[in-house]
Design a protein around this ligand. Structure first.
Ligand code: ADP
Ligand code: MG
Length: 394
């Protein structure tokens, strides 16, 4: 892939704008529960600082509403962790679009507040992108996690900045995934789970064409259970997408690999860490139940399937693993991946948190910081943030 790399450029005295992916999981009080993405962004930031650049870093965090700023949207906790890891102060700039110069002194770094609070970010608005491009001499995209989205900080700014290049994390992710997925050892088994049901379900059809077996979990499995005619009570699901789920099921059936539908589940009456957990047959879910995990029989069945895989791709926890009573399914899947002789790749903010929680990081062959982008890359789709960097290098 022909892309300019930040590490090949002379950055001394330059205003360098780094779009990083610092979207880490946080608990209800905003405390960071897994800082893998911050650590993964350090090499790019440190390289620019050492080179004597005037470094500006931004990222999205959570799901803010554009044009609004709530305290929980703030990158302040990220700045604090970043400062501790870098061993130097990291200030946060709240208003950075219309405030004039925001670049700090050479060799210093500033964090530009949550970019998804800016109006026009998601729509990739040209006017916003031009304003951001005017803040820098060099634009660096080091956020592989958002490479599948064309937004103002991932795409528009790259059109207008004097120079646009990839940071070291982006460059490394692309080359590692290209190597691993060019000719995967078969059968290729994908686990797609978690809570971003509509985003992930829409890419499942394309993914179904690439993989030999597909395992669903979390809100996606609930949608598949509904598609299979099972009761799902009040569970997280996307009932509009039941038809899409059926298509995916038919595609895999045609390849000789049914999508396994959970046979047992763990349910609760409310979504809370201390909600009493009940194991049930999948057919016995009540109208006021929420499915928060797969049951032990399902976990064992999926674990067996993973033992015969050649390559495993994992994105998304299969249950609410943050709550101990609903963490058994994800723990079992993690253990099965660790045990399997298959080459394993995993990605996604919460997936990484689960990998760390269950202590299997050393047993996964490649861990990507990305979730959605990782799945779309596997799907073989052109990622807009990479495409624009290629155009700018031509
Ligand atoms: P990733 O960040 O790895 O891409 P997602 O963000 O899509 O994954 O999903 C992770 C979240 O999904 C976790 O916080 C987990 O609690 C939640 N989750 C998993 N299973 C369920 C379920 N059955 N119901 C509700 N939430 C779920
Ligand atoms: Mg997530």
């Amino acid at each position: 892939m022909n892309i300019r790399r930040m590490t090949d450029l002379d950055l001394s005295g330059k205003r360098v704008f780094i779009r990083a992916d610092l979207n880490v999981p946080q608990d209800e009080r905003g405390a960071i529960t897994d800082d893998t993405r911050i650590r993964a962004s350090l090499p790019g930031i440190e390289f620019a600082l050492k080179a004597g650049a005037r470094v500006m870093v931004t990222s999205h965090l959570g799901r803010p509403k554009e044009g609004e700023f709530r305290p929980e949207d703030s990158l302040a906790p990220i700045a604090e962790r970043l400062a501790a890891l870098l061993g130097r102060p990291v200030a946060v700039r709240r208003d950075w679009i219309d405030a004039g110069e925001v670049a700090p002194a050479p060799g210093e770094v500033v964090l530009l507040e949550n970019c998804r609070c800016n109006k026009g970010e998601k729509k990739n608005d040209d006017a916003l992108a031009r304003k951001m491009a005017a803040l820098c001499d060099v634009y660096v995209n080091d956020a592989f996690g958002t490479a599948h989205r064309a937004e103002a900080t991932t795409h528009g700014i790259a059109k207008f900045a004097p120079v646009a290049c990839a940071g070291p994390l982006m460059a490394e992710e692309v080359s590692a995934l290209t190597r691993a997925l060019a000719q995967p050892k078969r059968p290729l088994v994908a686990i797609v789970a978690g809570s971003k049901v509509s985003t992930k379900l829409t890419i499942l059809q394309a993914l179904a064409g690439k993989v030999d077996r597909l395992i669903v979990g979390g809100g996606i499995a609930n949608t598949f259970m509904a598609a299979a005619g099972l009761p799902i009570g009040k569970s997280l699901a996307e009932l509009d997408l039941v038809e899409d789920a059926r298509k995916v099921m038919a595609m895999l059936r045609a390849k000789g690999g049914e999508v396994p539908i959970p046979v047992d589940v763990v349910v609760a009456k409310s979504f809370a860490p201390d909600a009493p957990a009940t194991e049930k047959a999948a057919s016995a879910v009540a109208a006021d139940d929420m499915i928060l995990d797969i049951g032990p029989k399902t976990a064992a069945m999926l674990g067996e399937l993973l033992q015969s895989a050649g390559t495993i791709v994992w994105n998304g926890p299969v249950g609410v693993f943050e709550f101990d009573a609903f963490s058994g399914g994800t723990r079992a899947i993690a253990a099965a991946i660790a045990r399997s002789p298959a080459f394993s790749l995993a990605g996604g903010g919460d997936t990484i948190a689960a990998i760390n929680k269950f202590g299997i990081a050393g047993d996964v062959d490649y861990i990507s910081t990305a979730g959605g982008a990782f799945l779309e890359f596997l799907e073989g789709k052109e990622l807009p943030a990479l495409a624009i960097l290629q155009q700018r290098a031509a």
